[in-house]
Structures are given as structure tokens and as C-alpha cells.
Design a binder for this molecule. Structure first.
Ligand SMILES: C[S@@+](CC[C@H](N)C(=O)[O-])C[C@H]1O[C@@H](n2cnc3c(N)ncnc32)[C@H](O)[C@@H]1O
Length: 393
């Protein structure tokens, strides 16, 4: 397991799943004390960022990868998260009976054999609470097929960089519409780290069509609620395409399948539930809580660990945010004891000894005098920013 996607994934958050359910006139389980299971949780990064912000909810993460689970458990202990547990187990053999309000399986379905996929749906059917909701994502046909084709090429030769560069420079690709599609996949792959490519293309990953997934769900008495994956097209184009598709087919399964062909869908993140959904209504997603700027800010232990080990911090909006040097310094020193004046001294000292550089208004490095003159403003803005993201409390 490489760490390519090892970060909070916003659309997996129960608040997003709950919003999708409300859009289909369902009443989702409350978040504050929800019971949440993540299957294929890898290092637990996604789950821990949720657990840190929902202290009365309970989280369980399972994965077949013993090393990933060992790291997840160690990090949870270091971040003092006592509402999350991790277990190394094959999902096919998981004997947990739940019930869970939310079950997340991100990036699992396209990576496992059909028997394990079947076991995943049986697990959902068994452990979901009556109003429970599941998130199941997968690489979708037809859009992900070209990525599969690229995987064939990459698996044929030992050096992925050589293969990608050869394909990128191939005059044949520029000459046909299908070649242009493959060329787009090649250039996207070249922009990702090698570790990502190794996982994305070298494994047994496969695309699925929406109909197959619906059939699995149906066999296990689960209803399709909504899809929360971005499609990467303007909303107006999506609405017009959907309306056109709905004129060709009436059954929902057929509409969804045709729609995926019409937009060359690459990825789905499907919400399933035990309850049959109702009519579609407009709802807004709950905003993250507003936070005051604390006088003696204290960084969340999890965020300190994320900054140290992962190079980002999770936010209240459940996104990974890169840590720039000033924030890194504050994350290290916001211990709940230092007030703004003391933190200002830490910043000034770091500029004085050359371990921190701040930009001046002109964009050049600020002098020590400029930093001293502007410290209240700079520090106030940085702490307000960290507080609004829920990194310091
Ligand atoms: C592509 S990774 C996705 C990891 C994580 N959910 C993410 O999105 O970053 C697939 C994960 O599923 C796990 N996995 C594969 N087969 C499994 C099984 N039978 N039982 C439990 N976990 C499994 C792998 O170990 C891996 O961590």
C-alpha cells in the first residue's frame, strides 16, 4: 500500500453522505454520535481526521494490510484519539455485526476480486443500521477504460517513466481521437508521483459499470440514493445531458448507465441505503462550525502529527491543507499556554535566527524590522486562519 491518496477525502465525510441522503428526502442518522466503519481504510488518515472533530462519534477502520493498520493504530494513540479503533482483517471475514450509521469503502471495489466485492455488499447489508448509509466508490466505465488500457502498456515494460515518455512522444497518438484520449491519460499520469502510478496501474484495478454495482446492491436489498463524485463538467452541461438521457430511458438504472456513457464517466462515489429514497429536493451542505480565534491557541494533537508525518493538516471541511513554514512553526508552538504575544516572539526569534523567512509586501524576504513592526497583523491573520480551519482550537 503506497500513500498516494493518503489524505482526508472530503466526499467520504458523513456530512456529505448525509446531505446526499437529504437530497433524496431521506433522514440520515445524526453525525454527532454516529457509528462509522471504514473498510479498506489503509493508514486511517481519512478516518482520524473525522474522529478528531466528532469526539462523541465512534469510528472503526479495517484493512487487510497489517503494516498500514499498525501505522494507523500508532498514530491514533499518539493523537490521543480514543474514539477510533483499527483492525487488520479481510473484509470477507469480518464478523462485526454493527450496527453502523455510515460505512465508507473508498477505492476498494475496483481493487478487489468479484468474490470480495460480493462480500463487501453482504457486509453492508449486514452491518448497516435501518437508516444507515454506505459510500462505495469505484472506477467507472466507460471513462476509466482508457486508464485500464494505459495500465496494460505500463505492465508490459519494467520502467513506467520510459513507457509514459514513449507514449507521450509517439506521433501516432496525436493523429486520432482515441489517441488524443490516451495522450490525456498519459499526461495526467506523468504529473503524478511514481508511487501513485505504481498503485494505480500495476495492481489488479478494474473499472465497473454502474449496472453491475446496482445489481450487487439490489441483491443485498440496498437502494441507490445518490452519487457524490464530481464529474468535471459544467453543471449546465450535466443537467442538459441528463435531461436528454431521461428522454431515451425511463428506468433509473438505464438512465444512470446511459448518462455515464454520455459523459464518459471515469469515477463514481455512490451512496446506498437500506431505505428507499424519495423525490429529489434541493438542500445545502452543512457549513463547518464557525470558530472563535482563541487567545491561547492549542493545536489539535492530530494536526500536529499530520504536519510532522504527512506534510499537511486536515481541516474542519475535511480537506488536506499543505503546511507552509509560518503555519508549521505555529503548529509546533500553539500549546494552549502561549498567548499571541508569546507566539509573536517565537516568530520573531525564528526570523532572527534564519529558520523562518516571511515575504514583505514587495514579495522579497521581509527584514527583521519589518517583521517586528507587522507581527500583530501577520500573527493575527495566521491564527485566525488556523482557527477557522479547526487546526487550532
Ligand atoms: C486503493 S487502496 C484505497 C485505500 C484508501 N481507502 C484510500 O482511498 O486511500 C485499497 C485498500 O483496500 C485494502 N483491501 C484490499 N482488499 C481488502 C480486503 N479483502 N479486506 C480489507 N481491505 C482490503 C487494501 O489493503 C488497501 O488499503
Amino acid at each position: 500500500m503506497t500513500a498516494y491518496d493518503d489524505r482526508p477525502i472530503p466526499r467520504t465525510h458523513p456530512s456529505v453522505i448525509a446531505t446526499a441522503a437529504r437530497r433524496r428526502s431521506l433522514t440520515p442518522p445524526p453525525l454527532s454520535n454516529a457509528r462509522v466503519l471504514e473498510v479498506g481504510c489503509a493508514h486511517g488518515v481519512n478516518l482520524m481526521a473525522m474522529a478528531a472533530r466528532l469526539p462523541d462519534a465512534r469510528f472503526v477502520g479495517v484493512d487487510i494490510d497489517a503494516r498500514a493498520i499498525e501505522i494507523a493504530a500508532r498514530r491514533a494513540a499518539e493523537a490521543r484519539l480514543d474514539n477510533v479503533t483499527f483492525a487488520c482483517v479481510d473484509l470477507s471475514a469480518l464478523d462485526d455485526e454493527g450496527p453502523y450509521d455510515y460505512v465508507i469503502a473508498h477505492g476498494v471495489l475496483s481493487w478487489v476480486a468479484p468474490a470480495v466485492a460480493e462480500a463487501l455488499f453482504a457486509l453492508l447489508a449486514r452491518v448497516l443500521a435501518p437508516e444507515g448509509l454506505a459510500y462505495v466508490s469505484y472506477d467507472a466505465k466507460p471513462g476509466a477504460c482508457m486508464r485500464e488500457a494505459l495500465g496494460l502498456g505500463l505492465r508490459a515494460a519494467p520502467h513506467s517513466d520510459d513507457v509514459l515518455e514513449t507514449l507521450r512522444d509517439s506521433p501516432a497518438l496525436a493523429g486520432s481521437p482515441a489517441g488524443a484520449w490516451l495522450a490525456a491519460e498519459v499526461s495526467a499520469a506523468l504529473q503524478r508521483p511514481r508511487s501513485y502510478r505504481e498503485q494505480q496501474f500495476m495492481g489488479e484495478q478494474h473499472a465497473l459499470c454502474v449496472g453491475e454495482v446496482w445489481d450487487w446492491a439490489r441483491r443485498h436489498q440496498l437502494h441507490y440514493v445518490h452519487d457524490v463524485a464530481e464529474v468535471g463538467l459544467p453543471a449546465e452541461a450535466v443537467a442538459r445531458t441528463r435531461a436528454a438521457v431521461e428522454r431515451c430511458a425511463s428506468e433509473r438504472r438505464a438512465v444512470e448507465q446511459l448518462f455515464d456513457v454520455a459523459i464518459m464517466r471515469q469515477f463514481r462515489a455512490t451512496i446506498l441505503g437500506r431505505q428507499a429514497p424519495g423525490i429529489e429536493v434541493a438542500v445545502a451542505r452543512d457549513a463547518p462550525p464557525a470558530r472563535n480565534v482563541p487567545l491561547r491557541p492549542r493545536v489539535r494533537p492530530l494536526c500536529r502529527l499530520e504536519a510532522r508525518e504527512l506534510g499537511f493538516v486536515s481541516t474542519d471541511a475535511h480537506v488536506a491543507r499543505a503546511v507552509h513554514p509560518l503555519h508549521g512553526l505555529l503548529i509546533e508552538h500553539c500549546d494552549g499556554a502561549r498567548d499571541h504575544a508569546a507566539l509573536g516572539q517565537v516568530v520573531i526569534e525564528a526570523v532572527r535566527n534564519g529558520t523562518l523567512e516571511l515575504p514583505s509586501e514587495a514579495g522579497t524576504p521581509a527584514t527583521l524590522e519589518e517583521v517586528e513592526a507587522g507581527i500583530d497583523l501577520v500573527l493575527g491573520a495566521a491564527i485566525a486562519d488556523l482557527a477557522s480551519a479547526g487546526v487550532v482550537v
